[in-house]
Ligand binder design. Structure first.
Ligand SMILES: Cc1ncc(COP(=O)(O)O)c(C=O)c1O
Length: 463
């Protein structure tokens, strides 16, 4: 707007800068401060909007950097090449690079839409009871002693992100001061850093990915955790680690559990990919079940975004599991009461639709069996693409060791290529991936895997 624009109507903030101007008594006041305020007000009117009328000046609210993933998506959309490949996306794609609605989800959705009793009332604060009960069984096993002994409490959350946040908020509010540090794997899902910073949990990292082997740096992980201050929190990805695709083997999980016990650390599991890694629900949750079996008190954030393809519906759950013992039920009850207050103040009650879909599937044996087949379809296609990519790189004789393409698991693979190579592959080949060299295997399919292998081969050779 130019300075000749009509003056803006006086806003509450202009009144704030000249409080006396709103008072009829002040009209006749002639104190120096009133005169200055009046002058400022006249100046604002005459200059229109060219004088910022805000308390949120740049030094108060600086421009934030763009979210790297969303920036990547925007750049991909703008690219007009018909060869472009999107390997940044964190969602499953079918063999034609299209979003896939799981057939079992479609079925449940139809049942739901045709249910004459469906309404849009609020859910309870803790969410849909049949959903959270089924989510507990899914994550801990239907015959879990922890469930039978009444030492698990669960709340439905705004997908996995909401569950991670609720867990962070709970720990930050209730753990004795000084607030313990939360240890995150290096690297980790970028949002972990933002979420835990927002709830004022101090953050430290433990080594996770070995650039040399492109596998787990188990020694680095164990040695950092064994020198962590007692009572620290350790965030563990239950399976299909994001962004590396590297998971500890059962023997390594046992060593991790031992250090967690010795240092009296508090385990916080983030489970965003159950069933999506191996295609087998129990196998993907081996670590959580092992820790519970070992009697740890712990918390779990559970997402249904990937394994149900319910990304936008925001279905998730948060679980607290008390260790076994006489007081377990009492602890669980107290924790549940405080979690309910946190939930009430944050979201009042969770969104219903996605949880209803998941609940229908989880509580019906026939639909559950179909879901397991759908999980195998998704994880199987990804495993197939890993094999196809590795075979192409072998065929091309691409320099380097590419074993990790097939040994890593789940949606993501850490290729190990440099940022310079990532930019080159984008520039020259229209292939989009995050700067750390992570690719979403779901973006590969029978139509583009050969092209991607050639692109990778090229940037590796011509660094
Ligand atoms: C490790 C991890 N945790 C949690 C989430 C949360 O996902 P959502 O909020 O979509 O369930 C994700 C999603 O990418 C993830 O990778």
């Amino acid at each position: 707007m130019s300075s000749s624009s009509p003056p803006k109507p006086s806003s509450s903030s202009s009144l704030r800068s000249s409080p006396s101007s709103s008072s009829s008594n002040s009209v006749h006041s002639s104190s120096p401060s009133h005169t200055a305020a009046r002058l400022t007000q006249i100046q604002r009117h005459t200059m229109g909007s060219s004088v910022a009328d805000t308390i949120f000046t740049e030094d108060v609210v600086p421009q934030a950097p763009e979210d790297p993933l969303f920036g990547l998506m925007a750049a991909y959309r703008k690219d007009t090449s018909d060869k472009k490949v999107d390997l940044g996306i964190g969602a499953y794609r079918d063999n034609n690079a299209k979003p896939w609605v799981l057939p079992v989800v479609k079925k449940a959705d139809d049942l739901l839409r045709n249910d004459p009793n469906l309404n849009h009332e609020y859910l309870p604060i803790a969410g849909l009871a049949e959903f959270t009960a089924a989510a507990q069984k899914l994550i801990l096993g239907s015959d879990s002693p922890a469930i039978k002994e009444g030492r698990v409490t669960s709340l439905q959350t705004v997908s996995g992100t909401g569950a991670v946040h609720l867990g962070g908020l709970f720990l930050s509010k209730f753990l004795p001061k000084p607030t313990p540090t939360i240890y995150l794997s290096s690297p980790t899902w970028a949002n972990h850093n933002q979420i835990f910073t927002n709830v004022h949990l101090p953050i430290a990292n433990y080594p996770y990915f070995s650039a040399k082997t492109k596998g787990l740096d188990c020694q680095g992980l164990l040695s950092t955790l064994s020198s962590a201050k007692e009572g620290s929190i350790v965030l563990l990805h239950a399976c299909a680690h994001n962004p590396t695709g590297v998971d500890p083997a059962p023997e390594e999980w046992k060593q991790i559990a031992q250090v967690v016990r010795e240092r009296n650390l508090f385990p916080f599991f983030d489970c965003a990919y159950q069933g999506f890694a191996s295609g087998n629900l129990a196998q993907d949750n081996w670590a959580i079940r092992y820790f519970v079996e070992q009697g740890f008190e712990l918390i779990i954030a559970q997402s249904f975004a990937k394994n149900f393809g319910l990304y936008g519906e925001r279905a998730g759950a948060f679980h607290f599991v008390a260790g076994p013992g006489d007081k377990a039920q009492d602890i669980t009850k107290r924790v549940a009461s405080q979690l309910a207050i946190l939930q009430r103040s944050e979201i009042s009650n969770p969104p219903a639709y996605g949880a209803r879909i998941a609940s229908l599937v989880l509580n019906d044996p026939a639909l559950f069996a179909e879901w397991e087949e759908d999980l195998k379809t998704m994880s199987g296609r990804i495993i197939q693409q890993r094999k196809a990519l590795k075979a192409e790189l072998d065929r091309l004789g691409t320099p380097g060791n590419w074993e990790h393409i097939t040994s890593q698991i789940g949606m993501f693979s850490f290729t190990g290529i440099t940022e310079k190579q990532v930019l080159a592959i984008r520039e020259k080949w229209h292939v989009y991936m995050t700067k750390n060299g992570r690719i979403s295997m779901a973006g590969l399919n029978t139509h583009n895997v050969k092209y991607f292998a050639e692109a990778l081969d090229d940037v590796v050779r011509h660094d």
